[in-house]
Write a protein of this length. Sequence first.
Length: 416
Amino acid sequence: MTLLALGINHTTAPVTIRERLAFPSEQLRELLQGLIKLPGVLEATILSTCNRTELYCHTEASDHQLLIDWLAQKRDLPPQEFTPYLYIHTDRDTIQHLFRVACGLDSMILGEPQILGQMKTAYQAASEAGALGKIMSRLFQHTFAAAKKIRTDTAIGASPVSVAFAAVRLSQQIFDDLAEQTALLIGAGETIELTARHLYQQGIGRLIIANRTFDKAHTLAAQFGGYAIALRELPNHLHEADVIVSSTASQLPILGKGAIERAIKLRRHKPIFMVDLAVPRDIEPEVEQLADVYLYTVDDLNHIIEENWQVRREAATQAEEIIAMEVEHFLAWLRAQGATDTIRSLREKGDRYRQEALDKARRALAKGAPPEQVIEQLAHTLSRKLLHIPSVQLKQAAINERHDLVAAARELFKLD
């Protein structure tokens, strides 16, 4: 039996290959049911995200060509076009890879938490498709437990490593409760969208988005329950904002010292937290000289992010140590499964002997035999039955000079 992992990710394959190997979530049930019908495939899970497509399988043999051919057929892609980008893991390496993926150690952003949720979704899909059995179900449960332990015991995800998230974390340090604050975001690009999402998730009270193109601002604001204004309306709304984040492609500053001074007066010197993520800058540097203004540039945040990356890298080292330990724990459980059938058979035989001896004792009691005599006979019969075959086998082992079997019996039964 073999545990196999086969796939591509953002480090091994360009997006042109990744997008062609991606699986739509609505097709997973049918795909998984087809996958476990392949010869030798006992269990399977498919993890497909924008950054990776991976097959995790419990198979009767370690031959992975069958999976490559299946992948090629399902994605209508010649094998030679994607095999140079594939990685293949077996057994211990598969377990370690799964743990590392779940903990964000194999992600584009080190320690990002989204992959764990995506992995849980993949596990759920495989479970509902009937593609999981005892081994892989246990492997995924162990994976989730290991990921939780790493999140709890290390700082792998504690520090923000994107400028948008860092900006939101800084705002939380200045304002106790974002639910009582208003955020004004200037621009409508990817960075502003990410900032809006983080603010929304952190429960920002009000959200205003300003952009040169009103329709873009409106579309973005609608996603997060905010409202849009045109860029020319900024002077009328600056005083409302407790948090201002700007990221546009303007070649000239959008906000000057005078405009912010007027806003501060209208706010009666209630502080404003400002983040300028644009290059060239959207906010005049002189704004930093104003009292009651906390202004950060993209360089300031990059210093914070670099420190946070260092924290995550140190946490990743700790995480690798935890993973190594958890891999050994799972392998120990896996090895123990080799004795499961033998233990079950031994217990069943013991139960048969017990039932036969018990039936015999009850018949003797029914005939009026003394209880003490019946109990003694029951114990004698049971011990004789349990030890007869092992004793015969050990004698034969000695005759055949199978000293290893005799030594194993002494260890198994803890004999002096």
